[in-house]
Design a protein around this ligand. Structure first.
Ligand SMILES: [Zn+2]
Length: 113
């Protein structure tokens, strides 16, 4: 499960930054996850609870912001949100290609006590 590795790196970054700023407790972490990133919220949450034990991030709330996948039609140039099935342009039926929007995975911000 690659969620373990990504969760571990999130915790490492957040804890390091917070300690640098003399923070004693992290209360909330806001994450941005694109729909194409294949990261499962529940897995991240599960590993987060394990990894943060006895750290200043223990008990912090994880907030997931989902970014919908955006595609661009090769035929007409229309940009659209990926339909639940397939990649077809809703305007002309042409094939859509990923624009890069929807592959995000990063820490947007953290809240501290
Ligand atoms: Zn089109």
């Amino acid at each position: 499960m690659h969620e373990y590795a990504v969760t571990k790196s999130i915790v490492d970054i957040v804890v390091k930054e917070a300690e640098k700023a003399n923070v004693k407790k992290i209360s909330e972490i806001n994450l941005v996850i694109g729909d194409l990133s294949t990261i499962m919220d529940e897995s991240v949450q599960m590993y987060f609870d394990i990894i943060t034990k006895d750290t200043i991030a223990e008990g912090a709330k994880l907030v997931f912001k989902r970014v919908q996948a955006e595609f661009c039609c090769k035929k007409c140039g229309n940009k659209f949100i990926k339909p639940s099935k397939g990649f077809d342009c809703p305007t002309c039926g042409g094939l859509g290609t990923p624009t890069g929007v929807g592959k995000e995975f990063y820490i947007e911000s953290i809240e501290v006590d």
